[in-house]
Ligand binder design. Sequence first.
Ligand code: NAD
Length: 357
Amino acid sequence: MKYNIALLKGDGIGPEIVDGAVAVLEKIGEKFGHSFDFNSYLIGGCAIDKTGLPLPKETVDGCLESDSVLLGAVGGIKWDSLPGDIRPEKALLGIRSALGLYTNLRPAKLYPALKDASPLRSDIVQKGFDLLIVRELTGGIYFGERGYREGKFGREAFDTEAYSTIEIERIGRAAFNAAMKRNKVLTSIDKANVLETSRLWRSVMHSLSDEFPQVKYSDMLVDNAAMQLVRNPSQFDVVVTSNMFGDILSDEASQITGSIGMLASASLGDGKRGMYEPIHGSAPDIAGQNKANPIATILSAAMMLDYSFDLHDESECIENAVRKALENGFRTADLLGVGRDGAISCSDMTKKIIEFI
Ligand code: NAD
């Protein structure tokens, strides 16, 4: 089979890590007899530099014509002082919207070989964990009405959160379906003791839970969830939450796996096309130094094979190769920690993973 993949390498470490994932996909193509066609488009700061816009129309059109999209990361100090609507990060919201991607899947699992890299206490790490965060991606406070106005104490800024029943229902259904394919345990995270949007969220989730009696469903307040993630992460199977809570909790979940450089993500809509990207940013502090961990992006490419192309064996082959590279002791600097020697480069980690495919 032939698959068309749009590449959005972006800024900072984006080009290095996407090149790693492309090399892995090419190896998979060779091994399993598939052909992957790659077309690169501009996004983020590099797009602003060349076109004046963080998300040029050509990029949106290229993604819409592709079978799936692989993104590196956007942003950097150079563009930090630009106004909000032409900042690199705006492109992420724009492309998710343009592609109708409202479900964000963020798996966080502890690879046994990385137990030492997790900051959690050893008795917690011994139990292991393997959870999936389902984050709503196109609604909530990141998309609500915002601006400046005169308030009680003078000029003030405001952002608003709004969620409709339909938006909650479709992300809830995606989460219940994901739970059905895993261990059938779903935790919905909200702030229903304070927020009206959370109260609607909770009531819609409760109605949905009647449709999925096989799933063991519960609610949890977001402040408790932040604590439970470091106290006892093995209690979670699938977690569903709003855009902003999911953004924050998934960074926390990434760190307990050992490094933010390990976490992949898939953004999906109603069709098969998705956008796949590491959850981390453009890491300007290590950009261009061949030091980045490419695993999150390589695992994102594995998710693409799984979710968009139904190439399940191929996806598993990548995951196994990552596991073997880690079991054999290969580590990028982020997985070793400060002051420890023996780190390999981004390109060498990619080569090792390819050797195990
Ligand atoms: P970041 O995720 O880029 O970096 C946080 C820390 O993690 C840094 O120390 C970085 O070196 C390290 N890190 C991140 N990815 C790594 C990897 N693959 N290998 C090794 N180390 C890694 O977050 P930040 O520093 O808060 O943001 C930097 C820029 O990225 C900002 O402009 C921000 O807006 C942007 N950003 C983009 C995205 C995205 O494109 N999806 C997501 C988050 C942040």
